[in-house]
Design a binder for this molecule. Structure first.
Ligand code: IVH
Length: 691
């Protein structure tokens, strides 16, 4: 049994102590939850249990930025952090990009039309955007067989049993249905059901939910389905995943099919004859918003024609054929107590506003980002000012403006520091950039720990049991200078086992987790290095383009020479471009980085990049150049299609080019292809070739 030890008053807790105590409370409360709910064998009185939860909540109110993903306050009673089986979505569940005004919406339409190479207006379906929990329902031969939460988009939790308790999830589809189909929608609570639930939770002394979204998620993700059954969850269906046969040619017709099958479709959904009708619809829904039975945070606009949707495809994690037009954010005023400078893993100095905690749209906010030096100067934000704070959806709160009438006499403009608060190195701001950076690179402790945390994070090496706290602990011990040292930790297993909070088993588990990750896909490896602007998407592009670590390393070293073929090739990879190329060549231009890279690679087996989707495509692995004017597709469309079939698209013709697609009025590139003996194709031949 865990000993509760928390005598310190909350006011006198330091941030580090608070973090430590929250971690301990999460563990302690989870332990008692399991004792009570799973084993039906409580070890403490209800009053003592409530005291633990209250203490946890009070610390979280004072330090909202320390709220843990596994915080007891975000869990409902005995709901476990995991405990649900995982389900892989056949088609990933993606998110939506946002627009906030008519101009941004018009830009979205222009981008889509440019991609499609068309000028006529687009037909849209508009649907109110409910802030709930998205889920995927699988039907086989008309029967509901599986249901999952969105999870990380690729893999969600199996909540089939919970979904079966919902009236709005049909057990059987009415009428004709494909042999296999995935249907997607939003699970939510109406405002009235949410209030009633909180009322009865309060009466029972149980958890109060902060908003309908949390309440819906907490209600669905219950291991005990009886609890879910007692919650009045609703569902609106609005999208499709995989289907064994096409079910409609427009999204609107698809929505009609959903209704026939027995789903609820939001009755305010509307087909708009052209994008010009969106602004009116947006304001109509905005006016209707407060009278609706459920919370919405905007309207989703989807291009109606499914063939156009397919052509447009996705960029990153969002479709090019849909966008969410969000309502203006919620605002509040408060006092700016201080400006703290954070040093990020790439050395960026980010100012953070420390605020008098204030409630903004139902969420307590005590910190806000100030973005950068110019932003502070532009808004003339000063310590002690009364400021207008805004929060839009789940977006990080921002300071919109200063209430200058309330400014105290003698206040002075804020001066951004010239030295890194973490290591004392000079902070510089390259011409044309907005961000000031620490020059301390590898010696700066802020960057070193941050880099290690990034390195072991989920999308990078994903090492189980190596969280922020452990990294910091081992770093303080002097065991971790760079990422290669992580792989030497198993040598210290015996020593780790004797540390406070560790044991033989946990130390052995850590060693095992580290060893399993010594074999790593190239894209994760590249991402893990934490090079500026190389996020998961770019890391994947690079891995797919260069294939192996050895090749990537050689090519990058060669690319450090300005004007080299390798530099040109890097800059012409679709999605990379010259700015990102420069970040890479800056990294490879620093000898200490290469040394660290090689030291790290020596510990690992780096797998070649998979080209799974395009395994049997005739252009997989080929380098293709498009030149001249294309007639049946636009350039971005041609590029995107070729890449999805596993080809690399570059802009310049060299010996390494496999195919040059020659459009009308082609010039020097077509001639160069002939000179070099590179295969050329007309647009028609290309279409024939790729099918
Ligand atoms: S479509 C590929 N339609 O918004 C497009 N999403 O910000 C996938 N949402 O994860 C989403 N109402 O949870 C779509 N009518 C609607 C929606 C909707 C709410 C949520 C959904 C999604 C999130 C994206």
């Amino acid at each position: 049994m865990l000993e509760p030890t928390h005598q310190t008053t909350i006011e006198s807790l330091t941030e580090a102590e608070a973090a430590e105590e929250l971690a301990r409370l999460a563990q302690e409360i989870a332990h008692h939850d399991a004792a009570y709910h799973t084993h039906d064998a409580p070890e403490i009185t209800d009053a003592d249990y409530d005291a633990l939860r209250r203490r946890n909540a009070a610390i979280e109110v004072r330090f909202p930025e320390l709220i843990r993903p596994d915080s007891p306050s975000s869990r409902v009673g005995g709901a476990p952090e995991s405990g649900f089986a995982k389900i892989r979505h056949r088609v990933p569940m993606l998110s939506l990009d946002n627009v906030f005004d008519a101009t941004e919406f018009a830009e979205f339409c222009t981008r889509a039309k440019r991609f499609l190479g068309r000028t006529e207006p687009l037909v849209f379906v508009a649907e109110p955007k409910i802030d709930g929990l998205s889920i995927s329902l699988t039907y086989e031969h008309g029967h509901f067989v599986r249901g999952a939460t969105r999870g990380d988009g690729t893999e969600g939790e199996d909540v089939t049993a919970n979904l079966r308790t919902m009236k709005s999830v049909p057990d059987r589809l009415h009428g004709e249905a494909p042999a296999f189909i995935e249907i997607r929608g939003e699970v939510f609570l109406t405002k009235a059901d949410f209030l009633a639930l909180n009322q009865s939770q309060a009466e029972a002394g149980a958890k109060i939910f902060a908003n309908p979204r949390n309440a819906a998620a907490g209600s669905l993700r219950q291991l005990d389905v009886k609890i879910t059954a007692g919650r009045p969850l609703s569902l609106f269906a609005y999208a499709q995943g995989e289907s064994s046969e096409p079910v409609a040619t427009t999204h609107w017709d698809y929505l009609q099919r959903l209704k026939v099958w027995g789903f609820d479709v939001n009755p305010l959904s509307k087909r708009l004859g052209s994008e010009a009708d969106a602004e009116t619809f947006q304001s109509e829904i905005g006016l209707a918003r407060s009278g609706l039975g459920y919370d919405i945070d905007g309207v989703v606009y989807k291009i109606d024609d499914l063939a156009l949707q397919r052509r447009l495809g996705f960029v990153g994690r969002a479709p090019r054929w849909a966008t969410a037009w969000k309502f203006p954010a919620e605002q509040a005023t408060t006092v700016l107590r201080d400006i703290r400078i954070q040093v990020g893993r790439t050395g960026a100095l980010t100012p953070v506003a420390e605020l008098e905690p204030v409630n903004v749209g139902g969420v307590l906010v005590a910190r806000a980002t100030l973005h950068n030096e110019d932003e502070i100067a532009r808004k003339d934000i000063r310590i002690g000012d009364t400021v207008v704070l805004q929060r839009a959806g789940d977006v990080i709160p921002q300071i919109v403006s200063v209430v200058t009438d309330r400014r105290s006499e003698g206040s002075t403009p804020y001066v951004f520091p010239d030295i890194c608060p973490a290591c004392g190195s000079h902070a510089v701001r390259p011409p044309g950039e907005v961000v000031k950076r620490c020059t301390g690179g590898l010696i700066c402790p802020a960057q070193r720990v941050e880099r290690l945390i990034h390195f072991v994070s989920r999308p990078a090496f994903d090492i189980d049991g190596l969280g922020e706290k452990t990294i910091q602990e081992f770093y303080n011990e002097g065991w971790l200078h760079g990422p290669a040292d992580l792989f030497k930790l198993p040598e210290r297993e015996a020593e780790i086992a004797t540390r406070e909070g560790w044991g033989k088993l946990s130390a052995a588990n850590l060693s095992r987790a580290i060893r399993t990750r010594q074999t790593v896909p190239l894209e994760r490896f590249i991402y893990a290095l934490g090079i500026r602007r190389i996020g998961a998407t770019n890391a994947k592009l690079l891995a797919r383009h260069y294939g192996s670590f050895a090749n990537w390393r050689t090519q990058m070293l060669a690319a450090t020479q300005l004007g080299s073929d390798e530099r040109l090739e890097l800059g012409s990879i679709s999605g990379i471009g010259p700015t990102i190329a420069e970040e890479l060549t800056d990294f490879f231009g620093e000898a200490r980085n290469i040394a660290a890279l090689d030291e790290l690679a020596a510990e690992l087996t780096i797998q070649e990049a998979a080209k799974a989707d395009a395994a049997d495509s005739p252009i997989a692995g080929k380098t293709v150049v498009f030149t001249g004017t294309l007639e049946t597709m636009t350039r971005p469309e041609a590029k995107s299609r070729a890449e999805s079939l596993g080809a690399k698209v570059t802009d310049s013709v060299s010996k390494k080019t496999d195919i040059v697609v020659v459009g009308a009025d082609a010039g020097s590139k077509a001639r160069k292809a002939v000179e070099l003996g590179v295969r050329t194709m007309t647009e028609a031949e290309w279409r024939e070739h790729v099918g």
